[in-house]
Design a protein around this ligand. Structure first.
Ligand SMILES: Cc1cc2nc3c(=O)[nH]c(=O)nc-3n(C[C@H](O)[C@H](O)[C@H](O)COP(=O)(O)OP(=O)(O)OC[C@H]3O[C@@H](n4cnc5c(N)ncnc54)[C@H](O)[C@@H]3O)c2cc1C
Length: 389
């Protein structure tokens, strides 16, 4: 067992920090969500120029053969600053393409993702299919060299900014549900695709309904074999659930709060935080849990560095860290008291209103990328070998 970083990894972490200092600073926004998109995309371009957007990819596709550990250090440091890391293209679509894509698809898409030129969104969930994703109904019908897609997706994060979408469709309605699904990549400008924004309770418009009306997609844009798309998409989902960024995002949210508690003078609101033993212990709990959450993320990266494919390990990391983000937000808002519920626009808000924002925005953390119940089902069946419930 080795619990220390190599000199090379430490030096790399220093380079990432220096780069973030120079080009990004710190943001309270989650790098993948809302915030200033233009600033985010400009920063991603800089990452691309530096070869960091897709650093662990093979050189021939725009990567620089970096180690998984370096990639993880980069993701961790970026999440600690709320900096973007390339979104779905760099984190999910590209890595899945490297495993399952045709050579033509790799040549077409990977260099553009690596250059930070395209933004992707994910069309998986439907109004009637979320956790039971394989029950999806959006239909793709073969017509010569094309498929024609009709149906509706929902909760499509970032569709309003995206250039391309990766979509699951049903191609064989008579087959058992997992075996009649095909996976496609579509240009968002294809005629027949339209979106309608959904407003979230904390005011952001992060996701959308996406409609497909007689949308024609070339058969060469099919990701994996016809009716075998489900098995490709599970790779995408494993990449989505992996990552140390969730634990780092909790740390980013809790550190300023800790400083606030430490700096409180006897008259300030922060004094109530340090004066209360319950609050001191709450901060200790978060500090402990952030360490645990980070180790879950490190474990996934370590497995990848050994050529292993994380599966239920990614679910453990996702479930623990998303639930931790909610516990942390609850603790913070309780510690601050009534001031904590004020929105950023209030002049009485504490820490820029972050307690209120994160309390509301983390509600969705245990739903996005598969709910906690679904992660536990995966851990129970694939991890512990228990029968399906
Ligand atoms: C912030 C956010 C971003 C998202 N972005 C995207 C996106 O970009 N693209 C996309 O396609 N989707 C996206 N989603 C959708 C997300 O994948 C679904 O919301 C999620 O899979 C749950 O599906 P559902 O909402 O239909 O809930 P349901 O599946 O209806 O679940 C309702 C409740 O029942 C429980 N449940 C269901 N089945 C079981 C079971 N077998 N065992 C135990 N409990 C069960 C669930 O855990 C949940 O508590 C996003 C969601 C959020 C919150």
């Amino acid at each position: 067992m080795e619990f220390s970083w190599s000199e090379q990894d430490q030096a790399f972490r220093g380079q990432v920090r220096a780069f973030l200092d120079e080009h990004w600073g710190t943001s309270n926004e989650d790098g993948e969500g809302g915030g200033d998109r233009n600033r985010g995309r400009a920063f991603e371009k800089k990452l691309a120029e530096h070869g960091w957007l897709t650093m662990a990819w093979p050189q021939e596709y725009g990567g620089r053969n970096a180690t998984h550990i370096e990639q993880m250090i980069f993701a961790e440091e970026s999440a600690l600053r709320g900096a973007p890391t390339g979104g779905q293209g760099a984190r999910m679509v590209g890595p899945t393409l490297i495993i399952h894509g045709t050579e033509e698809q790799k040549q077409e898409h990977l260099p553009k993702i690596a250059a930070g030129e395209v933004m992707w969104c994910q069309g998986f969930s439907e109004p009637g299919s979320g956790s039971d994703l394989a029950s999806l109904q959006t239909r793709a019908t073969r017509d010569g060299d094309e498929y024609v897609i009709n149906g509706q997706k929902i909760w499509t994060s970032g569709a309003q900014h995206a250039d391309w979408i990766h979509v699951l469709t049903r191609t064989d309605p008579d087959a058992p549900k997992h075996r009649g699904i095909s996976y496609f990549m579509l240009d968002m400008k294809t005629p027949g695709i339209s979106i309608r924004p959904i407003e979230q309770m904390h005011g952001a418009r992060g996701f959308n309904e996406t409609f497909f009306e007689d949308v024609r997609v070339p058969a060469k844009n099919r990701f994996g074999e016809e009716n075998r798309g489900w098995y490709v998409s599970t790779t995408t989902l494993d990449f989505e659930r992996s990552g140390v960024h969730r634990a780092a995002a909790v740390e980013r949210g809790y550190k300023p709060f800790l400083e606030y508690a430490k700096q409180a003078d006897s008259a300030g609101a922060g004094s109530r935080v340090v004066d209360s033993n319950v609050n001191r212990l709450s901060l200790a709990d978060t500090a402990t849990e952030v360490e645990i959450g980070r180790l879950y993320g490190y474990r996934v990266a370590w497995m990848q560095s050994k050529g292993l494919v994380p599966n239920y390990e990614a679910s453990m990391s996702k479930a623990f860290n998303s639930e931790l983000s909610q516990r942390n937000a609850r603790r913070n808002i309780n510690m601050v008291g009534l001031h904590g519920a004020l929105r950023p626009e209030s002049s009485h808000a504490v820490l820029g209103g972050q307690t209120c924002q994160s309390y509301m925005s983390t509600v969705s953390a245990t739903i996005a990328a598969g709910t906690s119940e679904i992660q536990r089902n995966i851990i129970a069946t694939r991890g512990l070998g228990l029968p399906r419930g």
